[in-house]
Write a protein that binds this ligand. Structure first.
Ligand code: ADP
Ligand code: MG
Length: 326
């Protein structure tokens, strides 16, 4: 199977949103009147972002999910994406599973694959997504104001627990591992929530590198600080909701570390004025996604972690992920 047969068989489908899809030198997108285009790129590299031998169907899902998560954080509606693939070999079974996982998620969001590049090389997957948002209404990192509430969607920390279990650094019961592993391997991009939060949230970001680090980006961009209640945050793990899971079997400090700094969560962290609490609740209900209020924006810069009584709590021992940190 040559390069062009590979593209034709596994990656060519009719485009719905694009004026021109796969097959020419460029794809053509037609922005709607009054809309801004939201564009984001994310790359997944074997052994860096996923373990060697990872299930290709899950990989196809995740490669697109992490990109859709960026659109969600901006409140943008997905339209289309491009796919740049480096493959060690043209393995038909791998390609069939990868494209099935990829297109299943793409179809759920009516997001068209409109082009890409395919080359031999060490396994790497790079996707660029294109979305649209009414001009001036994108959710940005820079809009948080002192007094705003701080929220997160869904659950946090399970992906890190699963990674640590899969790499032998931590033991996890089989039911808890199954739940945590689904969060690591099949994250759900919060696209519907991002759309529903337009005009409600003052600032938003998707949590990919850990809550503390990513919330820090909102604080820096907005020129504010925040106080987070760790007594609420500690129960945000999905496995804590499992009836089979006894929270006591995992040390509280480890649970908190994973929630605050685990990474790979792909939830939204966002801020909204206290007057918008009902609107936040309505947005969450409309999107079918749980949101939890975990703290408050303050004028003084920096992030403060407190317990249920307002006493200071030590920073998580896990540091935000940084590819070039030493
Ligand atoms: P060019 O040489 O002009 O860059 P290519 O020969 O690399 O074009 O690709 C041919 C067509 O196939 C282009 O339309 C390109 O966007 C598309 N394409 C290549 N790889 C992929 C892929 N992995 N997924 C989707 N479309 C692809
Ligand atoms: Mg090319």
């Amino acid at each position: 199977m040559g390069e062009f047969e590979l593209i034709e068989r596994f990656f060519t489908r009719p485009a719905r949103h694009a004026a021109l899809g796969v097959g020419d030198d460029c794809a053509l997108l037609m922005p709607s009147a009054g809309m801004q285009m939201a564009i984001s790129t994310d790359m997944l590299v074997e052994s860096r972002h996923f373990l060697q031998g990872a299930d290709p169907r899950l990989l196809g899902h995740k490669a697109l999910a992490v990109n859709l998560s960026d659109l969600a954080a901006c409140g943008a509606r997905p339209l289309a994406f491009t796919l740049a693939l480096a493959l060690p070999r043209a393995d038909e079974d791998w390609l069939a599973a990868f494209s099935a996982g990829l297109f299943a998620l793409a179809d759920r969001h009516q997001c068209d694959l409109i082009g890409g590049d395919t080359t031999a090389g060490p396994l790497a997957i790079c996707i660029t997504v294109f979305g649209e948002v009414p001009a001036g209404r994108a959710l940005l990192r820079s809009g948080a104001r002192a007094g705003d509430d701080v929220y997160v969607s869904g659950t946090l920390g399970d992906a890190r627990l699963a990674l640590d279990a899969l790499t032998g650094r931590r033991a996890l019961g089989s039911a808890a591992l199954a739940t945590a592993r689904a969060r690591l391997e099949q994250p759900t991009p919060r696209v519907a929530l991002g759309l529903a939060l337009r005009g409600v949230a003052s600032a938003a970001i998707d949590v990919s590198d850990g809550l503390v680090g990513d919330l820090g980006h909102i604080l820096a961009a907005s020129g504010v600080g925040a106080c987070i209640d760790t007594s609420v945050a500690i129960d945000l793990l999905a496995i804590c909701e499992d009836s089979a899971f006894a929270a006591a079997t995992i040390d509280a400090q480890i649970r908190l570390d994973c929630v605050l700094a685990g990474g790979d969560d792909y939830e939204l962290a966002f801020c909204a004025a206290p007057t918008a609490r009902a609107a936040v609740g309505a947005a969450a209900a409309q999107a079918g996604t749980r949101v939890t209020r975990i703290g408050r924006i303050e004028a003084a810069p920096g992030l403060r972690l407190v317990d249920g009584q307002g006493r200071a709590v030590a920073a998580p021992r896990l540091r935000p992920f940084d590819h070039f940190a030493r």
